[in-house]
Design a protein around this ligand. Structure first.
Ligand code: AMP
Ligand code: GLY
Length: 421
């Protein structure tokens, strides 16, 4: 099969890596891809919102299957578009993609189907939102009701910052006018859990834990994710059963009832406290950097799983994982998520050899003047698997020591919560 992957981050590099291992794959294409991806896929620059041009590309290259990495094209309806064009595409349709595209939609659906999550209220005007805040305790969580590239959520420790977050959203901080969701603060430890659905049934994938904050000890501003590991030890079999029964199954039923079955990856962000899991958020795609650790742990055929999801045969998928522990550490341009120098040179990547247990996934790399250069915030995702999490992390950090990139930054404490257990 000829497979097209949409996106250009380390998540998409990891997807291309897993796709390249499938016996079903004859060629891989990526839009736009990146330098690392170009080693295993043919990369082409087309805007991910330009569905017509992507369609022309698919026709010219006889693409059999499209895999969408990021959320934005899914929320904009790329799956509906290609279903109409009769090209196989993996992921949820536009209606179901609202689970990530609108926090208000997701919360209302949870309420309707009694799915455990934080209590909340929705507001479309500032005055009522601020009046409501006065009746609530802190900490409290303020969310912009739309895609905000991971920046739309404020966990406010005091009422001033809560008010400020509300005002900022209504004054158009995220471009267009958005509603606000105000949510009860949930205590606990977070974990991510992934399933793959064909609309009716699903297979459980595995758990992972990411580190969203830029600084060590999970401090400082939020980022796209500075590292991850899988499995997440807090996500026990009992928790999984609880989440499957109380969160995943009712969600899939909701979409069946609404005549738009949910197909594709469903990523549940969970808060676990005293043995009880509640839903923090849903994403409609693999996480980045969680995907990197999942793809290195996955033993079975990713392409087969995706086709079974599209064709409504997910229960015939035999999903197998390496029992090992896998971790990834993100190397970013120093200064990220703020401003940083661009086109800095990265040396010695060729001294590290990739294999089944070790992979360097590229996010923002380019090749220029015969050198590999960083061209964005998150740049590399150094990923390793071993019988113990410590050993995987040792391999990652000793490999990073060999990389010569003075303008690079990484966290030295990825996995600290799991290691402390
Ligand atoms: P979200 O984009 O909804 O996942 O929110 C981003 C992050 O904010 C989450 O990963 C949590 O760390 C935090 N968060 C969101 N909602 C809550 C909540 N109700 N209680 C506590 N923390 C939250
Ligand atoms: N790592 C968090 C996300 O992909 O949304």
């Amino acid at each position: 099969m000829k497979i097209l992957v949409l996106g250009g981050g380390a998540r998409e590099h990891a997807l291309c890596y897993a796709i390249s291992k499938s016996p079903k794959t004859s060629a891989i294409f990526a839009i736009p891809g990146n330098y690392g991806i170009s080693k295993i896929a043919q990369c082409t620059n087309i805007g991910l919102n330009d569905f017509e041009s992507i369609h022309d590309f698919c026709k010219n290259n006889n693409i059999d299957l499209i895999v969408v990495g990021p959320e934005v094209p899914l929320v904009e309806g790329i799956v509906d578009f290609f279903i109409n064009k009769k090209i196989k595409i993996f992921g949820p349709e536009k209606f179901a993609a609202q689970l990530e595209g609108s926090k208000g939609f997701m919360k209302d659906l949870c309420k309707e189907y009694h799915i455990p999550t934080a209590n909340y209220e929705r507001f479309n005007d500032e005055e009522n939102a601020l009046a409501y805040l006065k009746t609530q305790k802190v900490p409290i969580v303020i969310k912009a009701d739309g895609l905000a590239a991971g920046k739309g959520v404020t966990v406010a420790e005091d009422s001033n910052s809560a008010e400020l977050a509300v005002k900022e959203i209504f004054s158009g901080r995220f471009g267009k006018k958005m509603e606000v969701v105000i949510e009860e603060f949930m205590e606990g430890e977070e974990a991510s859990y992934f399933i793959c659905s064909d609309g009716k049934n699903f297979v459980s994938l595995v758990s992972a834990q990411d580190h969203k904050r830029v600084g060590e000890g999970d401090t400082g501003p939020n980022t796209g994710g500075m590292g991850a590991y899988s499995p997440a030890p807090i996500f026990t079999q009992e928790i999984q059963k609880q989440v499957d029964d109380k969160i995943i199954k009712p969600t899939l039923k909701a979409f069946q009832d609404k005549r738009c079955p949910y197909k594709g990856i469903l990523y549940a962000g969970l808060m676990i406290n005293n043995g009880i899991a509640k839903l923090v958020e849903y994403n409609i795609r693999f996480g980045d950097p969680e995907c990197q650790v999942l793809m290195v742990r996955m033993k079975s055929d990713l392409v087969e799983m995706m086709l079974n999801s599209i064709d409504g045969k997910i229960i015939s998928t035999n999903v197998e994982w390496e029992d090992d522990h896998c971790a990834t550490v993100v190397m970013a341009s120093d200064g990220y998520p703020g401003s940083f120098e661009k086109k800095t040179v990265i040396n010695n990547l060729d001294k590290l050899s990739n294999d089944n247990n070790f992979q360097i996934f590229h996010a923002a790399t380019i090749y220029e003047d015969e050198k590999i250069k960083a061209d964005g915030g998150r740049v590399l995702s150094i990923t390793a698997k071993s019988n113990k999490l410590e050993n995987a992390l040792d391999k990652i950090y000793s490999s990073i020591d060999l990389i010569e990139w003075p303008q690079g930054y990484f966290r030295k404490d990825i996995g600290f919560r799991a290691l402390k257990r």
